[in-house]
Write a new protein. Sequence first.
Length: 101
Amino acid sequence: MTSGKSFDLEKKLRHLEQSAKNRFGGATDSELSDLEDVVALTAHRVQSTESEVSDLENKLAALSASGKKKISGSQNRKRFPQDFPTKPSNGSGSLRKSNHM
């Protein structure tokens, strides 16, 4: 590395250090430590939430897959007793659906 490039890098480093001091110069070590704790806790929460979302997506996919198998396996819907036609008591012979539930 030439001396000119080295000088430029040192100058940039001093500029970055000064910018950091100006920006965070008022913060104490304790405040910075507290901020680091908040960042670590937030990162942990994000990771935990991402894991929960992934678990839910897997469960939804499994439910969806099992639902598709059931639907394709049974062509007719389940029929309940009130869906079966019954003969009226008047003996007319016409069929009607029962209104009993």
